[in-house]
Design a protein around this ligand. Structure first.
Ligand SMILES: NC(=O)c1ccc[n+]([C@@H]2O[C@H](COP(=O)([O-])OP(=O)(O)OC[C@H]3O[C@@H](n4cnc5c(N)ncnc54)[C@H](OP(=O)(O)O)[C@@H]3O)[C@@H](O)[C@H]2O)c1
Length: 343
């Protein structure tokens, strides 16, 4: 558990920040130890049944804290992470600012949490991976550990909350407008998000044609696994409030059966199998929503698999989903903090 001392949450009014507050409250951290911060004060945030004031972020807040969660975007992280470290805080950053910095560990505790045990004394900085990378690696690390993964092709179905609390409000507002026969706006994304599906809203590289989300999945997977695995991703936004879904095609380095894949996945911490062919019961965003677990199912041999004499194959397909505000951001950050503090 996180020891005594105050805990700063920068971005406390946002989608990830409010989820962090929910999780801290659920763990019994008393209200007096929480410092909710944002760019300006004057608002209140829920902490369990209580409403607590949000303070405008200033260096002084980090001097009184032992731990700081950064959930305010990359630009704010570049400003406030050095200040928090200078003040002696351990810092967990949920943004992209430090993910590819070789001096900063990029951690999913179930996957590469051992790197945290090798860090020195406080203050320490740890980066949370992108939420799509977390989902992919929670689903595939059990296969990587047992069979090895050579090549991955993944298509994402990403919830609008991945773009923050304003995007959630846009989906609610636009959905009501459509049902009321009103014209659709596109004031949050370039495209309307209600009743629509569109290519991920991150910038597209003119040369490779990949958007930033697709590029992050490739780079972060290589960094976390420490291999040269190839990840070809197509990232797409769908009209879902929370929980990202992915359809994955994976080529294994040694042959396997569906049953051995199921066993490896079922034994992995933080993952649950939802894979009932007879009942057509598989992972959905609603089943994952508000939960801690990554759901994996629809595990099947790919049509282009090479099959050996024992009926085992080298290529498989599966579907997975995860509440990306929870395990994709807030829960992952909290698990990192627990491990840093020896909890
Ligand atoms: N949403 C997800 O699913 C998800 C998943 C993984 C990682 N992340 C990362 O988590 C971070 C937060 O994302 P979010 O979805 O929670 O965004 P959000 O809902 O837009 O919330 C952003 C929060 O940061 C505060 N903020 C913005 N600029 C600030 C600044 N310059 N100084 C201080 N506070 C500032 C905002 O409050 P004020 O505007 O009032 O200051 C708000 O509290 C981002 O880096 C994002 O990439 C998000």
């Amino acid at each position: 558990m996180i020891e005594a001392g105050s805990i700063a949450v920068l971005g406390a009014t946002g989608a990830v920040g409010s989820e962090l507050l929910r999780l801290l409250h659920a763990r019994g951290v008393p209200e007096e130890r929480i410092r909710p911060l944002a760019s300006s004060g004057g608002t209140m945030v829920a902490y369990g049944e209580a409403m607590i004031p949000v303070e405008p972020v200033e260096a002084e807040a980090f001097h009184e804290a032992c731990l700081a969660f950064m959930a305010a975007g990359a630009e704010a992280a570049r400003t406030w992470v050095p200040i928090a470290l200078e003040a002696g805080c351990d810092v967990i950053d949920t943004s992209s600012a430090y993910r590819m910095d070789p001096g900063v560990p990029l951690v999913i505790p179930e996957v590469n949490g051992a790197v945290l045990d090798r860090l020195g004394a406080s203050p320490r900085l740890v980066a949370n991976p992108n939420c799509s990378t977390i989902l992919l690696l929670m689903a595939l690390t059990p296969l990587q550990q047992v069979f090895g993964c050579g090549r991955i092709i993944v298509s994402t179905y990403q919830a609008v909350s991945g773009a923050g609390s304003q995007a959630m409000e846009a989906l609610r507002r636009q959905s009501r407008a459509v049902l009321d026969g009103q014209p659709l706006d596109s004031d949050c994304f370039d495209e309307p998000c209600a009743f629509n599906v569109f290519s991920h809203d991150s910038p597209v590289d003119e040369v490779t044609g990949r958007n930033q989300e697709e590029q992050k999945m490739l780079q972060e997977t290589k960094r976390i696994w420490g291999t040269d695995v190839l990840v070809s991703a197509t990232c797409v936004r769908v009209p879902v409030l929370r929980s990202h879904t992915q359809s994955i095609h994976v080529e294994l380095e040694s042959a396997a059966s569906v049953e051995t894949l199921r066993s490896a996945i079922a034994e992995f911490p933080g993952v649950a199998l939802v894979d009932d062919r007879a009942a057509n019961d598989f992972p959905t965003p609603l089943k994952a929503c508000d939960g801690d677990l990554v759901l994996v199912g629809r595990i099947r041999m790919a049509a282009d698999a090479t099959i050996d004499a024992d009926g085992r194959g080298n290529r498989f397909e599966l579907l997975c989903t995860m509440d990306q505000l929870r395990k994709g951001a807030a829960l992952n950050a909290l698990q990192v903090a627990d491990r840093l503090k020896g909890g």
